[in-house]
Design a protein around this ligand. Structure first.
Ligand code: GLN
Length: 311
């Protein structure tokens, strides 16, 4: 509605300004070479409301690497293919461990704790690969995200994907351990190809907030109004975002912000205010847990001022 729009239109530029003055901005992800070169002063925010209106501020139309935020879209696709059968291959508990941890995987016989840590997302990529060629599986994920955002300009940054293929030895270790435990159907190299390409999806805050709209609207597409996902499924995906979306920082994020959200090491966060708004924020500097430092702070300010919380 108009009142909500007007309040946000005043608030977003103000948040951008507050964030611009911060000296402590966290560290950009250095382990993926192209991400190490991103300017840490970038900051963008976009909010899509239920009526599909979009409010943006800062660098909201600049594309960035969505990285682990892609795990929301791949999980949604995999649930569409496998339904609840998926849960025999991946758990639904927060790990309390780093996103790339291999420790629990060894203890738990190759069944990752949840679909948002790297090990879990690699299993999901295996599900999406199924009998496809890796290129087709990547194409399917890309087209799904394009259709959710109603924007076919969205693309995969091959340079980022190739850099991670060349340097992602920890992910290769995870994939090999999963394979050794019988939890990958395909070859680890093929599965890693799918996984690293989905992580290399390049999107702006505006595109990302639009792509997340279906989680706000009980599964409805923003433009066609078609039911993309059943409402019950959007609630479950949101529950996983709340409990596992920020890895070992998930508890703190829930405490401070109070809405389901998924982060990525590119510095993006997709946050869902059920029934009200889909928010994307981008600030490349990360905190200790690999989540956007100022992105979290901006969401904390916005949600407090708007009185947005699921609690
Ligand atoms: N592609 C990254 C990795 O596998 C994704 C990690 C993240 O965004 N947390 O390490």
């Amino acid at each position: 509605d108009g009142g909500l729009n007007a309040r946000l239109a005043g608030m977003l530029p103000d948040i951008v300004q507050q964030m611009a003055s911060r000296v402590e901005r966290g560290e950009v992800a250095r382990y993926i070479p192209p991400l190490a070169r991103i300017d840490p002063r970038k900051f963008g925010i976009a909010v899509v409301l239920r009526d599909n209106s979009v409010l943006v501020a800062g660098d909201a139309d600049e594309e960035f690497s969505i990285q682990s935020i892609s795990k929301v879209f791949s999980l949604t696709l995999a649930l569409g293919k496998k339904g609840d059968g998926l849960w025999s291959r991946v758990g639904r508990e927060p790990s309390g461990d780093a996103f790339n941890s291999i420790v629990l995987l060894e203890h738990e016989k190759g069944v990752p704790r949840n679909p948002f840590i790297n090990a879990g997302a690699i299993v999901i990529a295996d599900v999406l690969l199924a009998t496809h060629q890796p290129k087709e599986a990547i194409g399917e994920i890309l087209r799904f995200v394009q259709s959710l955002a109603d924007d076919d300009r969205i693309s995969v940054d091959r340079h980022v994907a190739q850099a991670e293929m060349a340097t992602g030895f920890a992910n290769a270790a995870l994939a090999n351990l999963l394979k050794a435990n019988g939890n990958l159907d395909n070859l680890p190299t093929h599965v890693l190809g799918v996984y690293h390409h989905q992580c290399a999806l390049s999107m702006s805050c505006r595109q990302l907030a639009r792509a997340g709209f279906f989680l706000t609207s009980g599964g409805r597409h923003p433009v066609t109004c078609r039911q993309v996902v059943a409402p019950e499924r959007t609630r479950r995906i949101s529950a996983l975002m709340m409990t596992c979306g920020h890895y070992d920082g998930s508890g703190d994020f829930a405490f401070r912000v109070g809405v389901p959200a998924k982060s990525g090491v590119g510095g993006g966060i997709l946050a869902i205010v059920p029934g009200i708004a889909s928010i994307a924020v981008w600030s490349p500097g990360l905190n200790q847990q690999g989540n956007s430092l100022l992105g979290t702070e901006a969401l904390e300010i916005l949600c407090r001022q708007m009185n947005w919380s699921v609690f």
